[in-house]
Design a protein around this ligand. Structure first.
Ligand code: FYN
Ligand code: ADP
Length: 585
C-alpha cells in the first residue's frame, strides 16, 4: 500500500489564512493513505460531493445505476486484490440496496466496505421522520462481519482503519461504515486532521499454523490409500498459487477445484479429478480441504454424495481442513486434523514437512480415477461435437471453451442455472482467479457488477456468460460498461425464460407462465442503445465470430445467443433442492 500525501482543503476563513480540512477530504485521504484508489458507488444525498472530490483527488470513481451492482463490484474487487473493495451509497434505500451485496460478500468471505451516508442522528433516533430516516448501523450489524459509525471528523482515521482491518484480517468479509451527513462538512485543522489518519500496518497478518497441527495432518495424509484434495475459493483468494501447485504436484494427490478455484491449476492438469467428481467424493478415504467449507456445495460432508447410506449418514472419510477460521472446524462433520492459519503459511509448512520424503498415492487409486475421468471427458467431447439447430448449451459453450483457451487471461463471469452449471463443467480455466460466479449463495445478479469490477481492477478482457434470467438482475449496467468503455463481452444465453421457455399457463389465461419471458427477445439492442456492439447469434459460427471480434476490439459487446427453449433442466444441477408439489392441481 503506497503512501499518499493527504489532500488539504484550503478555506479562506475570516480570521486568518488558517488551513482547514473537512470530513469529505478526511474520508478520501484515509482511503488513499491505505492504498485504496477505487470507489464503486452511486452518488446522491449526502455523498454526491464525496464522489466528485474523490475523483478530483485522483481516485477512480465508478458510478453504477443500482447500488447492489456497485456492491457486487466492490466485493469482487476485494476478492481479486485482497484489499477491501469500497461501495459508496446514499442513505436508507441506497444503503439497503447495497446491503444485499454486503451480506453476500460476507457469506463468500470477500473483503468489502460498504460506506453509506446516513440522515441526522438526532432525528433518526427520536424517529421524527427525517429524509431517508433509518437506523442503518443497527440494520447492517447482523448482516456483516463488523459495523462502525463515525460521528466526528477527528475519528475518521480510526473508523477507516477499523473497517479495513475487519474486512481483510482473519476470515475476510463485509464491513459497514456509517457516515452521517453532518460529518462531511465538519471542519478541523488540516495538520491535526492529517495526524489523525492511520496507515494500517500489516492489515492481514499472517497466521502461522501450529507445527503439531501440521504434523498431525501430514501423518493422516501419509496414511491414506485414497487421498483427495479439495481446493476452494479461499485458496484462490490467498494468492499462494505457486505453493499450492507445488503441494499438489509434489504429493501427486488428485484434486477437485470448487467452482471459483478452477484455474488455480489449469483444469487440464493430469491430477484434476473434476471430471470424476461423483466417483472421488464417496471413494476417498482422507480428504484435505484447502479454503473450502463443507457447506451445501459439498453436501455438508456427508450423505449419499460421500457414500453415506442415507442423506445424513457419514461416508467414512477422514477430513483435514486448512482454514483461517478456527470456528469452521467440525461445523458439519468431524475434522480429524484441523490446520488453522492462512493458506500460504499452512501450505508452506506442509511442503516443509514432506521434504523428508513422500510416497505418491497408490496407482490403483489414480488409475481408477483416470478411468472414470477419461470416460467422462470422452463423453463430453462427443456431446460438444454435435451441432444442433437451434443451439443448445453445449454447442454454444463449446465456442466459449475455445475462446477462453485462446485467451487464458480473460476473466469469466458466470451466472444462471443451466448457463452456470454447464459453463462450470464445459469451460476449462487455465489461470487462478479467472472464474467469478454466483458463489456460496448461488445468487443471481452478480453478473454486471462483477464484470465491471473485473475489467476495472485487472485491465483484462471480461467474458460474462449469463442466463437470460440472471442477466435481468443487473442488465441496466450495460450502460455503465459503455460509459467507461470497458472490454466486457456479455453473452446472454437466451432460451426465453427461467430454466426454459416452455412452460404454459395452465388456466389458458392471457398471462404467460411465471418462468417465461418475451419470446425471441433481443438483448443485443440494449447494448446498442448505449453505443456498444450488439450481435444476434443463432449458430456457433456466429457466436464465435462475435466473441473473437469482441476480444479483438475490446469494445463493450452483448451477444444475444439464441438457445433452444426446450434445452435446460429445472434448476440446472440442483434440481433436488427445488421442492415440487406432487398434487396435480
Ligand atoms: C466436470 N465434469 C466433467 C468435467 N468437469 N465432465 C467432463 N469434462 C469435464 N471437464 C462432470 C463431473 O464429474 C460431474 O459428473 C458433472 O460434470 C458436474 O460436475 P460439477 O459441476 O463439478 O458437479 P456437480 O455435481 O454439479 O456439483 C455440485 C455442486 C454444483 C453443488 C458443487 O452443482 C454447483 O456448484 N452448483 C451451484 C449451483 C448454483 O449455485 N446455482 C445457482 C442457482 S440457480 P459426475 O461425476 O458424473 O456427477 C437457481 O435455480
Ligand atoms: P468454496 O465455495 O470455493 O468451497 P468457501 O467460500 O466455502 O469456498 O470457503 C472459503 C474458505 O476459505 C472459508 O472458510 C474462509 O475462512 C477460508 N479462507 C479465506 N481466505 C483464507 C486465507 N487467506 N487463508 C486461509 N483460509 C482462508
Amino acid at each position: 500500500m503506497g503512501t499518499v500525501e493527504p489532500q488539504v482543503a484550503t478555506t479562506n476563513t475570516s480570521d486568518a489564512q488558517s488551513q482547514v480540512t473537512d470530513g469529505f477530504h478526511l474520508v478520501i485521504d484515509a482511503l488513499r493513505l491505505n492504498g485504496i484508489d477505487t470507489i464503486f458507488g452511486l452518488p446522491g444525498i449526502p455523498i454526491t460531493d464525496l464522489t466528485r472530490k474523490a475523483q478530483a483527488a485522483g481516485m477512480r470513481v465508478i458510478s453504477f445505476r443500482h447500488e447492489q451492482n456497485a456492491g457486487n463490484a466492490a466485493a469482487i474487487a476485494g476478492f481479486l486484490t485482497q484489499k477491501p473493495g469500497i461501495c459508496l451509497t446514499v442513505s436508507a434505500p441506497g444503503f439497503l440496496n447495497g446491503l444485499a451485496a454486503l451480506a453476500n460478500a460476507t457469506t463468500n468471505c470477500f473483503p468489502m466496505i460498504l460506506i453509506s451516508g446516513s440522515s441526522e442522528r438526532e432525528i433518526v433516533d427520536l424517529q421524527q421522520g427525517d429524509y431517508e430516516e433509518m437506523d442503518q448501523l443497527a440494520i447492517a450489524k447482523p448482516l456483516c462481519k463488523a459495523a462502525y459509525r463515525v460521528l466526528h471528523a477527528e475519528d475518521i482515521g480510526v473508523g477507516m482503519a477499523r473497517a479495513i482491518r475487519a474486512a481483510v484480517s482473519g476470515r475476510p468479509g463485509g464491513v459497514y461504515l456509517d457516515l452521517p451527513a453532518k460529518l462531511f462538512a465538519q471542519t478541523m485543522d488540516a495538520e491535526a486532521g492529517k495526524k489523525s489518519l492511520i496507515k494500517v500496518v500489516d492489515p492481514a497478518p499472517k497466521q502461522i499454523p501450529a507445527p503439531e497441527a501440521v504434523k498431525r495432518a501430514v501423518d493422516l495424509l501419509r496414511s491414506s490409500k485414497k487421498p483427495l484434495i479439495i481446493l476452494g475459493k479461499g485458496a484462490a483468494y490467498a494468492q499462494a498459487d505457486a505453493e499450492i501447485k507445488s503441494l499438489i504436484e509434489k504429493t501427486g494427490i488428485p484434486y477437485l477445484p470448487m467452482s471459483m478455484a478452477k484455474g488455480l491449476l489449469p483444469d487440464t492438469h493430469a491430477q484434476s479429478a473434476a471430471a470424476a467428481r461423483s466417483y472421488v467424493l464417496p471413494e476417498a478415504d482422507v480428504v484435505m480441504l484447502v479454503g473450502a467449507r463443507l457447506n451445501w456445495l459439498l453436501s455438508q460432508g456427508k450423505g449419499k454424495t460421500w457414500g453415506g447410506k442415507d442423506s445424513k449418514a457419514w461416508g467414512g472419510q477422514k477430513f483435514i481442513q486448512i482454514d483461517i477460521s478456527p470456528q469452521e472446524m467440525d461445523s458439519n462433520v468431524r475434522i480429524d486434523a484441523p490446520v488453522v492459519g492462512d493458506i500460504g503459511s499452512c501450505v508452506s509448512a506442509f511442503l516443509n514437512e514432506i521434504k523428508s520424503g513422500w510416497a505418491k498415492p497408490p496407482s490403483e487409486w489414480l488409475n481408477a480415477i483416470n478411468e472414470r475421468k477419461n470416460k467422462n471427458l470422452a463423453k463430453m467431447t462427443e456431446t460438444l461435437a454435435k451441432n444442433p439447430v437451434p443451439m443448445n448449451f453445449h454447442s454454444a459453450l463449446n465456442v466459449v471453451r475455445d475462446i477462453i483457451k485462446a485467451n487464458p487471461d480473460a476473466i469469466l463471469v458466470n451466472e444462471g442455472a443451466n448457463a452456470l452449471d454447464f459453463t462450470r463443467s464445459i469451460v476449462d480455466m487455465y489461470k487462478p482467479r479467472k472464474r467469478l460466479d454466483v458463489g456460496t449463495w448461488g445468487i443471481m445478479g452478480i453478473g454486471m457488477g462483477f464484470s465491471v469490477a473485473a475489467a476495472v481492477v485487472s485491465g483484462q478482457p471480461v467474458i460474462a456468460i449469463e442466463g437470460d434470467s440472471a442477466f435481468g438482475f443487473s442488465g441496466m449496467e450495460v450502460e455503465t460498461i459503455c460509459r467507461y468503455n470497458l472490454p466486457v463481452c456479455v453473452v446472454v444465453f437466451n432460451n426465453n425464460g427461467v430454466y426454459r421457455g416452455t412452460d404454459v399457463n395452465p388456466t389458458g389465461g392471457p398471462d404467460v407462465a411465471p418462468t417465461v419471458f418475451v419470446k425471441g427477445a433481443r438483448y443485443d439492442k440494449l447494448m446498442e442503445a448505449f453505443g456498444g456492439m450488439g450481435v444476434h447469434a443463432t449458430s456457433p459460427a456466429e457466436l464465435r465470430k462475435a466473441m473473437e471480434e469482441a476480444i479483438r476490439s475490446k469494445k463493450p459487446t452483448l451477444i444475444n445467443a439464441v438457445i433452444d427453449e426446450t434445452a435446460g433442466t429445472e434448476s440446472g444441477r440442483i434440481t433436488s433442492l427445488n421442492p415440487t408439489s406432487a398434487k396435480k392441481k
